[in-house]
Structure formats: structure tokens, C-alpha cells
Design a protein around this ligand. Structure first.
Ligand code: FAD
Length: 501
């Protein structure tokens, strides 16, 4: 009898069951899936995230039919005991340190190499070797493009250059309330979703499980078929606009031309190779411009792969980084996604998007949510936990580098060359979030002082010594000397600390 193969809830695509010559999973191997309730008890997840993950697991079990043994247990350990007893089982390398520790502690479990990424750990180690610790995303991305022959023509980059970033930083079209593109794919709920919703309601009522955020129709794919439809719709109708407006934000158009594919990729419903190959094909067929294809390939083959590799490369202690010594706890309005308590239009808008959908695009994550947390000196571990719980695409491997490294600079610059934060002027340029706001991005003191503008100066002042040693921050830090009202800014920001802006 073939050894059973255990799949986690983020290993749901067919590529996690493809037989290989390396000893498993065997062709047609029985599959084990465990729905562990302790995961929901341990962390207060966004309701939409809990729904999506359970729905995707149960849909996968329904597809696998008699091939799968699906158990609902309190813990993985208990679930495994109930399914295979002490018999051998294989599993693909899980995606978090905690899960890896667990599978390695179980004597009957044989761990196979990780799947679902373009670059292997060994290939990354080879790339990283001899770089003297300078593991820049841009260098990694260029290497991946060449190594995997992505968007290349006869050894040369498509469109004559590896980076089209210069064409991909447009503010939103003047006066537009939304991008003029067809909407994204939206799935239709079915009986499995109804059953998940009933279970979540019951667990909340009777079993002490608590969620954050609002319930609502499922917005993200739960099956391979839905994920492929979402990918097709994105590439055929929306990718062409992705490049220029990938950093732009409009209140009336939260999705803009983003793909909404992160949860499908992270649940393993899609493989990154098929995503980048489709984008490349669209460019070759002339249906999307090179800068849009390149922008998307950069996100998937560059950023996503880079973040996955850094999670393992930097080791488990990386998550405890706190170079800036930030210790403030998250205020209640933020922890509870209480957008109505917030006056600043940017933060209220984005917090409401997270509350209602468990998703917002990259710039609101980085320059509204993350930047606010950084400026206010919130504990990076608490910020990471918040992002992990509140986003439908949040998984340990992807949250830790994105929050600890990219967003909170808690690793002291191992991942990014400078902290990502700005005054209100950046948000004003790249969005319509400041229109009609009670605050003014140009004002740093007084009742209309923008919390981002004033918060930026207070942040620079607080970390003046450390940041003046950073070549990319030196000019900004010097700007502090030109502020005649710095003392007033600092007093004001101390008064506003902990309050909803
Ligand atoms: C503070 C912070 C937290 C984040 N947390 C997550 C997270 O938990 N899960 C997650 O998948 N992404 C995370 N990101 C990265 C990025 O914001 C999301 O991947 C993206 O917004 C998802 O929407 P999309 O699928 O429409 O992406 P698109 O803009 O359409 O991009 C295409 C794909 O590129 C990949 N991608 C792009 N940037 C990154 C990145 N920095 N890290 C990993 N993948 C990337 C995603 O798979 C995404 O689906 C985070 C970014 C920040 C700044």
C-alpha cells in the first residue's frame, strides 16, 4: 500500500500531490487532511480569513473524494493519531517554523522538499553566498529573471531593460474615482461555504472562538478552478493596467488593477510559475505592455520568492528583531479594526477595507497601516501578529519579512535599505485619500496637522542618531534642522499618542 501523504491547508493545489522520483508522494497515494480547531482558538483571526481557509480545505477534500481522510481534531497531533496511527506518512516541507518543528517531532512523518516556489533553498543559498550579507531584492530579482529565462529574448530583457519601475509609479489618473478597467473575478458561494459559515457561527457562540472583522460574501478563490478563473480574468482584462498604477490608491476603487491572487498563491491553489508564464505570454501576444508584464513578474518572481527565502535564510529569531526599540502596544481602535473611530481619511478608509474584506493592496499596507505603526513606535511583534491575523493572505512566512523587515525596519536594514515611511505629501500625491480629510498634508501643527506629516518628523527626531548613519535617510534627517516648530510638533504628537488620529 502506498504511504499516505499529509497536506496542510496551504498545500491545496495539484502540484502538492504530483509524484516525483524522490520517494513521494506516491502515485494515487491516500491523502490526509487535518482541520485543527486549536489554530482558531490560539489566534483571533479575521472572520473572512477563517472562512476562506476552511472553505478551501473542505472544497479540496470534496474534490479528492474517497482518496482523502479528512479529520476535524483539536490539534494536528491528535488528527494524525486518528488517521494514520503510528504508520508512516509523507508531507511536503511546511511553510512555518512552528509547523516544521511539529512535523519533525513526529517520528512517523517523512518531510519532503518544499513545493510551490520557483527557487529552491539550495539555489538561494548559492546566490546568497559571497554577497557579504547584501541580499538586495533588486539583485535577487535580476538573477531570477536570467536564471529562469523570464521575460527574456535571446538573453536580453524584454523591452530592453530588466526594470520598468520608472513607468510603474504613476499617481491615479487626474480626477478619476476609479480605474477604467473591468472588475476582478468574484467567486460564488456554495453549500460548503454555507456549512463553514454555520460552523463559525456555532464555534463563536458555543466554543469560545473569537474573530475580528466582518463576515461577508467570500471574495477570494477557494478552489483550483476558481483560482484559475481569477488568474485568467486578471491577465485577460486587468494586467494591462497593473504596471502604471500599481502604487496608486483611490478610495472608490480599493482593488485598482491588482490581481487579488495572493491568497490563491499562498493557499497553494496556484503555482507562481503558471502566473508569471501567463503574464509573459500575454506580453508576447501583444495584449499587455511590457511594463505591466514586468511589474507583475517582479511581484511574483521577485518579491514573493525573495520573502519566502528570507524567512528561512534569516532564521527563526529574525521575527524578534526590534532595532528601533519600539514597545507601544496597539491601540484598541486599531486592534479592533474600528475605522469609525478614526478621523484621518486615509487610515479610516484602509482600516474599513481590512475590517470588511481582510485585504487591502500593497501601498495601503505599507504606507498607511505600516507607516502609522512605525511612526507611533508600536511593538513590531504585535504589528506582525495583527497583520497575520487580519489579512486573508497572511501566513507566517510572508508576514514576518514583510512586517518585521520591510514595514517596521525592525531588522535594522537587513531587508530594506531604509525605513518605509513618509509624511502626508506622498499619500496626497499617490491617492485621493487626502481629499475632504479633516487634516492637511502640508500642516504639521495645529488642529489640522496631518498625523502622517507630524508623525514623520517625530519619528525622524526620535531615531535621529541611527538614521543619520543611513545614506538614504541623511537628507531627510537634516531637514529636521530647518523646522522652526519642531518642539511644538513633538509636544503635539506626545499629546496625540495612543489616540485615534
Ligand atoms: C506590511 C505588509 C504586509 C504584507 N503581508 C502580506 C501577506 O501576509 N501575504 C502576502 O501574500 N503578501 C503580503 N504583503 C505583500 C503584498 O502587499 C500583497 O501580496 C499584495 O498586496 C496582495 O494583493 P494582490 O494579490 O492583489 O497583489 P498584486 O499587487 O497583484 O501582486 C501580485 C502578487 O505578487 C506577490 N507579492 C507582491 N509583493 C509581495 C511581497 N512583498 N511579499 C510577498 N508576495 C508579494 C503576491 O503573491 C501578489 O499576489 C504584505 C505587504 C506589506 C507591506
Amino acid at each position: 500500500m502506498t504511504t499516505p501523504h499529509w497536506i496542510f491547508g496551504d498545500q491545496l493545489g495539484p502540484h502538492f500531490l504530483t509524484p516525483t522520483g524522490e520517494g513521494g508522494p506516491g502515485r494515487g497515494a491516500p491523502v490526509v487532511m487535518i482541520e485543527a480547531r486549536s489554530v482558531l482558538r490560539r489566534r483571533r483571526l479575521h472572520r473572512a480569513k477563517a472562512h476562506l481557509v476552511l472553505s478551501a480545505m473542505r472544497h479540496r477534500a470534496a474534490e479528492l473524494g474517497r482518496r482523502v481522510t479528512y479529520v476535524r481534531a483539536e490539534t494536528y497531533r491528535e488528527g494524525l493519531r486518528r488517521t494514520v496511527g503510528g504508520a508512516p506518512v509523507t508531507v511536503c516541507h511546511p511553510t512555518s517554523y512552528a509547523a516544521l518543528r511539529l512535523v519533525r517531532s513526529l517520528p512517523q512523518v517523512r518531510v519532503l522538499p518544499a513545493r510551490g516556489f520557483l527557487v529552491t533553498r539550495e539555489e538561494f543559498a548559492g546566490w546568497a553566498e559571497g554577497r557579504g550579507g547584501r541580499l538586495l531584492q533588486e539583485d535577487f530579482y535580476r538573477w531570477v529573471r536570467r536564471e529562469h529565462d523570464l521575460l527574456m529574448e535571446g538573453g536580453h530583457p524584454a523591452g530592453g531593460r530588466l526594470s520598468h519601475d520608472h513607468a510603474n509609479r504613476e499617481p491615479p489618473p487626474r480626477g478619476a474615482r476609479s480605474l477604467d478597467v473591468p472588475g476582478p473575478y468574484r467567486p460564488r458561494e456554495d453549500d460548503i461555504d454555507a456549512e463553514v459559515r454555520d460552523d463559525l457561527d456555532r464555534w463563536e457562540r458555543e466554543d469560545g472562538v473569537r474573530f475580528v472583522g466582518r463576515d461577508g460574501p467570500r471574495r477570494f478563490p477557494a478552489t483550483r478552478r476558481e483560482a484559475l478563473s481569477a488568474l485568467r480574468r486578471f491577465v485577460d482584462h486587468r494586467l494591462a493596467f497593473f504596471g502604471p498604477y500599481e502604487d496608486a490608491v483611490l478610495i472608490g476603487d480599493p482593488v485598482m488593477s491588482h490581481s487579488l491572487l495572493s491568497s490563491s498563491l499562498n493557499l497553494g491553489l496556484l503555482h507562481p510559475v503558471e502566473c508569471v508564464e501567463r503574464a509573459e505570454r500575454a506580453w508576447r501576444e501583444g495584449t499587455v505592455p511590457v511594463n505591466s508584464a514586468e511589474g507583475f513578474v517582479r511581484q511574483v518572481a521577485g518579491w514573493r520568492e525573495y520573502v519566502w527565502q528570507l524567512y528561512w535564510h534569516f532564521g527563526e529569531d529574525y521575527r524578534h528583531g526590534n532595532t528601533l526599540g519600539h514597545t507601544e502596544q496597539l491601540p484598541e481602535y486599531f486592534a479592533e479594526l474600528d475605522a469609525d473611530a478614526v478621523t484621518a481619511r486615509c487610515l479610516a478608509t484602509v482600516l474599513a477595507q481590512v475590517r470588511d474584506t481582510g485585504w487591502t493592496h500593497h501601498i495601503p499596507r505599507l504606507m498607511v497601516l505600516g507607516s502609522h505603526a512605525l511612526q507611533r513606535g508600536w511593538d513590531p511583534a504585535a504589528v506582525t501578529d495583527w497583520f497575520h491575523r487580519c489579512f486573508v493572505d497572511g501566513h507566517d512566512w510572508v508576514m514576518v519579512p514583510n512586517v518585521v523587515g520591510m514595514s517596521q525596519y525592525a531588522d535594522g536594514g537587513r531587508m530594506t535599505t531604509k525605513p518605509y515611511t513618509s509624511g502626508g505629501a506622498y499619500l496626497h500625491r499617490m491617492s485621493d485619500l487626502c481629499d475632504g480629510c479633516a487634516y492637511r498634508p502640508t500642516e504639521r501643527t495645529g488642529p489640522r496637522a496631518c498625523p502622517y506629516t507630524a508623525g514623520y518628523w517625530a519619528f525622524l527626531h526620535r531615531h535621529r542618531r541611527l538614521l543619520s548613519g543611513n545614506a538614504r535617510m541623511r537628507r531627510a534627517v537634516k531637514g529636521l534642522d530647518r523646522l522652526g516648530d519642531l518642539d511644538e510638533v513633538l509636544r503635539q504628537e506626545r499629546r496625540r499618542a495612543g489616540k485615534a488620529p
